[in-house]
Design a protein around this ligand. Structure first.
Ligand code: NZQ
Ligand code: ZN
Length: 381
């Protein structure tokens, strides 16, 4: 293993009834005014909103609603939430939703306690927030692992850029697989693919030959694939959803990343595709990742071969990538850009802009040129 420092801020409550366990334990320690933040309405339909609000009221909290956090949350929504948090003197934020709600709240938390614009602070001055309104996360759609880290992915519409902003990590996370029961099949599977992608992109980064992180990443990938297949057979399999929920957290809580560099080039391309099209994150990755990997196969053949053997039981790197594509097809995930829901037609001009503006990872396994990224995107058409 290479040298590393690891510390961990989030307490996890996993399993049925975890929300009540967490809130009963944590709420007495936080201030009176709690912002309950959520997305576009699913939580009102499935009863989770009422359950959480009831627990907050039982604990004597004043609840400030913040709704309408969209998938691929925007910087404007962050500022709206931060303004509300200041105006209502919010003491604690409870984010309930998928990665989008959790990410938006991480940045609201930090922005609400500072006068400076957080985007400019991070992107132009290279400074990161040292404080924030404390927050907790209740995961209702898993895949991103956003509940166990401080990084958020936010779309700045005026800059046409979707990228990372460091915010506040949740002090606790509720992972109750039964809360995901109403998530549509396509979102469950695209979330699971996102998890697989996180572990793969981490594994493909530069590491020592012999290290725990590679082994742990392969184990998470294997388990994710097994449970995605279980969901293809029975989308309501709660045990599989629970396994995937923990795979999701494990893939992004930093444990797989210790002592190594990571790749995340597929994520950089997808995020910028998201800035232009507002496409679903996991589905965008499902289209891009196999094509990207075919391009870099020779640069990391040994790793791809090990991936093929340990995740898919295949002998060669090529066969492993074919098995990855077959999994994507079996899940009914998109395999072409044209199958993604997009707010604009995905033309070559759009792809050129994505290629020209996306972040390029400087190593791992190999630095791509913008021309090559454009080629990869064109191959995804
Ligand atoms: O908005 P509502 O009505 O709640 O519906 C949501 C949304 O439409 C629905 N949903 C959530 N819980 C549900 C439910 N529907 C029925 N029943 C429930 N219990 O699910 C839909 C998708 O939600 P969203 O949060 O957008 O999806 P996801 O969890 O995939 O998050 C995607 C965002 O996370 C970012 C992505 O870029 C994207 O912006 N990521 C964050 C990461 C991080 N912070 O570590 C890492 C990832 O790589 C990723 O980039
Ligand atoms: Zn992701």
């Amino acid at each position: 293993m290479n040298k590393f420092t690891f510390s961990y801020p989030t307490k996890v409550y996993f399993g049925e009834g975890a929300a009540a366990d967490a809130l009963k334990q944590k709420l007495p320690r936080v201030g009176k005014t709690v912002m309950l933040a959520y997305g576009g309405g699913s939580l009102k339909k499935n009863g989770i909103y009422d359950e959480l609000k009831g627990l907050l009221q039982e604990a004597g909290k004043e609840v400030v609603d913040f709704s309408g956090i969209m998938s691929n949350p925007t910087y404007a929504k962050v500022q709206e939430g931060a303004a509300l948090a200041r105006e209502q003197h919010v003491d604690f934020i409870l984010a309930a939703g998928g990665g989008s709600v959790v990410d938006c709240c991480k940045v609201i938390s930090a922005q609400a306690v500072m006068d400076e614009d957080i985007w400019s602070m991070e992107y132009t001055e290279g400074k990161f927030p040292a404080a924030g309104i404390p927050m907790g996360a209740v995961v209702t759609a898993s895949g991103t692992g956003a509940e166990m880290n401080s990084g958020a992915v936010i779309t700045c519409e005026e800059k046409m850029w979707k990228g990372p902003i460091v915010g506040t990590a949740a002090s606790f996370a509720v992972l109750d697989p039964s809360y995901t029961a109403s998530v549509p099949a396509m979102q469950v599977l695209s979330g699971a693919f996102d998890t697989l992608s996180h572990a793969m992109e981490t594994y493909l980064g530069t590491s020592d030959k012999d290290n725990v992180s590679d082994d742990a990443a392969l184990a998470i990938m294997r388990n994710t694939v097994v449970n995605m297949r279980r969901l293809v057979a029975d989308i309501h399999d709660v045990q599989a959803r629970g396994n995937l929920m923990w795979d999701s957290a494990m893939a992004e809580n930093g444990i797989l990343k210790v002592g190594r560099l990571t790749d995340f080039q597929a994520h950089q391309i997808e995020h910028q595709l998201g800035a232009y099209t507002d496409c679903n994150h996991g589905q965008g990755l499902a289209v891009i990742q196999p094509v990207y990997y075919r391009h870099i196969l020779k640069d990391a053949e040994e790793k791809f071969t090990r991936f093929a053997k340990e995740v898919f039981g295949e002998d060669t790197a090529e066969a492993g990538l074919k098995a990855l594509s077959s999994l994507i097809e079996a899940c009914g995930l998109p395999t072409k850009l044209g199958q993604l829901k997009s707010r604009v037609p995905i033309t070559q001009e759009v792809l050129r802009q994505v290629a020209d503006t996306c972040n390029i990872i400087k190593c791992n396994p190999r630095e791509l040129s913008r021309g090559e990224i454009y080629e990869i995107l064109c191959e995804c058409m």
